[in-house]
Write a protein that binds this ligand. Structure first.
Ligand SMILES: *Cc1c(COP(=O)(O)O)cnc(C)c1O
Length: 372
């Protein structure tokens, strides 16, 4: 444990990310570049750490959804090429040039505005395959690519699309249609004689479900941190979760066996020999505001129940069944302790969220401890 710090942290296993990137690299082969998407602080795993890990693993680039974070990554020494999803205004062009960051353009208006602020800026064109997010529709894409090529100040580094994947009985048709439309847009740009060096349309779910859509680059986010999706034959692999621990320590233990003559809290179940402990982790750090039924944590290798209500930065645990518990004992919400373990699926079920939402739910004020 470190000194003078809140004794609460989550654990991110960077070796799992390295393993996932190596698995992915083997799967798509050496001719396909990997742009690792670290938007949303890499789902809470830490965008700079994940980008740095990707750089060391030989990734082709990283993709950020927030200019401030991309700048912070540069300041932290991240060197690999960085693509920015639509995230900033054209007057940032000089700063982007200086920091070697590539913005996303979709429309002729974008091209006019960015080119007027730029001197020499590499940009990406986004393709809209029918999801109607950012991007040029296939019939518009050649004109936007042409405008970039002719701008004199902008250089087309690549084009990417982001088909939405879903798994219902009808939706795969829509996903296929979007993938096809993005590839169609690339063909139309090719037919117009404009060079598109980097071409990618595959986020995590598309990589696993559409092996034909690898093109010459892919941009997975969640797969890199171990969140997998339904895989086509030949693309089934084992992925390792990067989020492996959420741990804290008791900052107070007290007995409620003898409460004198106060009126007992009506919401607290009273038990003979009752002992409670305080844990410095609460709803402002992501713990569900309403204590989930059957919520447990591990203490001295045993399961202990949580007592409501949750506080902003504190939780109470019922120590009655672990009378030997004392100040400073480790409390595990996620991970192993002794012979007991709470895994991601169990914690997600306790919190009533999906595993991928659990990653993002852990508060930003919770320190990330990296296992290297
Ligand atoms: C978020 C995003 C990704 C990564 O999505 P995952 O499902 O996490 O792999 C890839 N490309 C674009 C354009 C995105 O916005």
């Amino acid at each position: 444990m470190m000194h003078a710090q809140r004794p609460t942290w989550c654990e991110i296993d960077l070796s799992a990310i390295r393993y996932n990137l190596a698995t992915l690299g083997d799967m798509v082969g050496p001719k396909v570049g990997v742009f690792v998407c670290v938007k949303g602080d890499a789902s809470g795993c830490g965008d700079i750490e994940v980008a740095r890990t990707a750089e060391l693993a030989g990734a082709a680039g990283a993709a950020f959804g927030n200019l401030d974070r991309a700048m912070a990554a540069r300041q932290a020494g991240v060197r690999l090429p960085i693509l920015l999803y639509p995230t900033c205004l054209p007057d940032t062009a000089p700063a982007l040039e200086e920091h070697n960051l590539m913005p996303t353009l979709s429309t002729l208006e974008d091209v006019a505005a960015w080119s007027s602020h730029a001197r020499s800026l590499k940009v990406f064109l986004k393709l809209d395959g029918g999801g109607f997010r950012a991007g040029a529709l296939p019939h518009q894409a050649p004109a936007v690519a042409r405008a970039i090529a002719d701008s004199g100040t902008l250089e087309l580094a690549g084009a990417y699309g982001h088909p939405m994947a879903s798994y219902g009985p009808v939706d795969p048709i829509y996903t296929d249609a979007q993938v096809d439309s993005c590839i169609d847009a690339l063909k139309r740009i090719d037919a117009a004689g404009i060079d598109v060096p980097i071409r990618m349309v595959s986020s995590s779910a598309i990589i696993l479900s559409h092996p034909d859509a690898d093109l010459n680059a892919v941009d997975p986010g969640r797969l890199a941190i171990g969140q997998s999706f339904p895989a086509a034959p030949g693309r089934e692999r084992v992925w390792r979760h990067a989020l492996v621990g959420l741990r804290s320590h008791l900052v107070m233990v007290k007995s409620l066996d003898d409460i004198g003559d106060v009126m007992p809290a009506p919401f607290l179940p009273r038990r003979p020999g009752m002992k409670i402990g305080l844990v410095p982790y609460g709803w402002s750090d992501g713990y569900p505001r309403k204590i989930p039924e059957n919520a447990t944590a591990l203490l001295r290798g045993k399961r202990v129940g949580l007592l409501g209500p949750t506080h902003s930065e504190l939780l109470r645990v019922d120590l009655t069944d672990v009378p030997e518990a004392e100040l400073g004992d480790e409390v595990v919400f996620l991970g192993r302790q002794g012979n007991e373990e709470i895994g991601l699926d169990e914690l997600a079920a306790q919190w009533r969220v999906g595993v991928s939402d659990l990653y993002g739910a852990i508060g930003k004020a919770v320190r990330r401890h990296y296992i290297r």
